[in-house]
Design a protein around this ligand. Structure first.
Ligand code: FDA
Length: 307
């Protein structure tokens, strides 16, 4: 029951100030967000690549309030892409972006987010890599899918994320699987009402499997974003059933979570991509990680008490 409370706190400015200022927060944050600057994250990417892993990079930030912040988000990604190229990391690292960070929730936000994300997609394509549009709360998704469709006209490799907990996702998956998209399937990390999303963990898992079957049977490139061992096993079985080769789908996991499993799957010949977030505006991302596993919160609270 702690999860929904933490997710509510992830949208509270007061909690943001308290959690961000607590001296014990940083070491716990570092487990999930291994740097605040490009200089700090580049060695992490290199280290992951050396272990046979691929990376998707997320400059943390969301829910910005001015067009200037949206432009700064775009520039942060452009700087990152510029730094990857000379290191030859372009083929190893793709970008994950949240459209709310590109201005989607501001007045005229749909057009603003599209205008800000397009140069990032262009720059990524120029160094031989791609961008995936993360899925945020359900109110943002029609706009996200429309932007995804628009970008794919020029950059067909642009990916998007679908969330198994939403009722709408089975239909979204059928559409995306048929038109050959790169699609990351995740369980879903936001606080959603019962009118739009499954609330029960077991129901979410069943929905995940149904959507996974659609993606694996389709003509797209499925990206399995989960740490759940049962879902990894189901994916491997479906890949066999549909004759998908190892380079016709990939696994994705978050930096700092089940790291030994990243290496194990890569050693088996799977394509394994590690979602690596960095930056200073880490509060929302960090709180979602706490909500996913209450033990993380207990660890965090215990370290606050014992300091
Ligand atoms: P589940 O939560 O059942 O976890 C399975 C096991 O993994 C747990 O038993 C535990 O061992 C481990 N684990 C999971 N989360 C952990 C944590 N925080 N700390 C420690 N251990 C943990 N969501 C979204 O709404 N939009 C998005 O765009 C994305 N993008 C995204 C990219 C990638 C690559 C991943 C892996 C996930 C996302 N997510 C996301 C998050 C996703 O929706 C979901 O909240 C988490 O992946 C947790 O769900 P699992 O499938 O891992 O299963």
């Amino acid at each position: 029951m702690l999860g929904p409370v933490i997710l509510a706190a992830s949208r509270s400015d007061k909690m943001r100030r308290i959690v961000s200022a607590a001296p014990v927060t940083k070491p716990v944050v570092d487990r999930f967000i291994p740097g605040e600057t490009v200089d700090q994250v580049i060695p992490i990417v290199t280290g992951l690549a050396d272990r046979g892993l691929e990376v998707t990079l997320d400059v943390v930030g969301e829910d910005i309030t001015t067009p200037e912040q949206a432009a700064a988000a775009r520039d942060a990604y452009l700087e990152l892409i510029g730094r990857l190229e000379p290191l030859g990391l372009g083929t190893r690292a793709e970008m994950s972006v949240k459209l709310s960070m590109f201005g989607q929730a501001l007045p005229g936000g749909h057009e603003l987010a599209l205008a800000n994300v397009r140069p990032v997609v262009e720059a990524a394509a120029a160094i031989g890599t791609t961008v995936t549009l993360d899925a945020e709360d359900h109110t943002t998704l029609d706009s996200m899918f429309a932007i995804h469709e628009e970008l794919r006209k020029d950059f067909p490799q642009t990916g998007c994320v679908i969330q198994a907990y939403l009722f709408r996702t089975e239909e979204d998956a059928r559409r995306l699987a048929a038109d050959g998209s790169r699609v990351r399937l995740v369980k879903g990390a936001y606080k959603e009402p019962a009118s739009v999303a499954h609330q029960d963990k077991a129901e979410i898992d069943l929905a995940y499997v149904r959507v996974l079957k659609t993606l694996m049977a389709g003509s797209g490139y499925p990206m399995i974003g989960s740490h759940d061992p049962r879902l990894i096993a189901v994916t491997q079985e479906l890949a066999r059933r549909h004759g998908r080769k190892l380079d016709e789908y990939e696994f994705q996991m978050l930096y700092g979570i089940r790291s030994e499993e990243h290496v194990r799957l890569a050693a088996e010949g799977h394509r394994m991509r590690v979602y690596t977030a960095y930056g200073t505006d880490w509060y929302g991302y960090f709180m979602r990680r706490l909500a996913e596993k209450p033990a993380n919160l207990l660890f965090f609270v215990r370290s606050m008490i014992t300091k």
